[in-house]
Design a protein around this ligand. Structure first.
Ligand code: SAH
Length: 221
């Protein structure tokens, strides 16, 4: 009798819990907390999953893909050490949620997705939220975006056995790429790749599970 919590109340508590989870996981950058608190994750989900928006877990999105858990988005973003003046390349737009978080922390995000329909949905969300520093492209992200290179930062949100050469080449010297490496099914590590004059230095951030990078533009939708 009037004691049922409203969706807004439920959301507020769930968001507070999420913030506590991020603290426990060692996320330190205040800008990341601000971005996560201010971007409505429910907007990036389909109707049947909207109620789970503030739960800290990955959820299915269209085209058989997944939106990462918020703590994963936060940890990847923190590992990327994004600065306000940075131009960032993202491979795997997906729902556009990680793209949106990045867009609040840097100058421009260039994001590539192999499914046209995912890109179209993400573009609508960016428009509604008025995130105007995001440039999308439907293509195979393994080749990067040579016309816009070099980038200060590159974030890959799908896994591969090794860092794609084109992506390492499109990173500025001293620039950072964060990406999951490992078999499509099996143990993967989130890696931090720092571009050097002659190549790249890799360090492991921690174990993760991501959908694989798939070559070529998707031929369905
Ligand atoms: N960061 C996303 C999660 C994306 S899941 C989010 O926040 O929602 C990984 C995405 O990478 C999927 O959408 C998949 O279609 C895309 N992907 C896989 N291989 C790709 C490739 N070669 N080029 C571009 N995108 C790719």
């Amino acid at each position: 009798m009037g004691n049922e919590p409203t969706q807004a109340e439920t959301d507020r508590i769930a968001l507070a819990n999420l913030v506590l989870t991020l603290r426990r996981r060692g996320v330190r950058d205040r800008r990341i907390y601000a971005a996560i608190e201010n971007i409505p994750r429910r907007m990036f989900l389909s109707i049947e999953n909207k109620a789970h928006a503030w739960e800290d877990r990955p959820l299915p999105i269209e085209c058989g893909q997944t939106i990462s858990a918020p703590s994963m988005v936060a940890m990847m973003t923190e590992a990327l050490e994004v600065g306000p003046g940075d131009r960032v390349l993202e491979i795997g737009t997906g729902s556009g949620y990680q793209t949106s978080v990045l867009s609040r922390l840097c100058r421009e995000v260039y994001t590539i997705e192999r499914y046209r329909s995912l890109t179209a949905l993400a573009e609508e969300r960016f428009a509604v939220l008025r995130f105007s520093n995001i440039v999308t492209r439907v293509d195979d992200g393994i080749n990067g975006w040579p016309e816009k290179a070099p980038f200060d930062r590159i974030l890959v949100t799908a896994s591969a056995q090794a860092a794609p050469r084109a992506l390492v080449e499109q990173l500025k010297v001293g620039g950072i790429m964060v990406m999951p490496l490992g078999p499509a099914v099996g143990p993967q590590q989130l890696m931090k790749v720092v571009r050097t004059q002659r190549g790249a230095d890799l360090t492991a951030v921690g174990p993760v599970r991501f959908v694989p990078l798939v070559p070529g533009v998707a031929n369905k939708l």
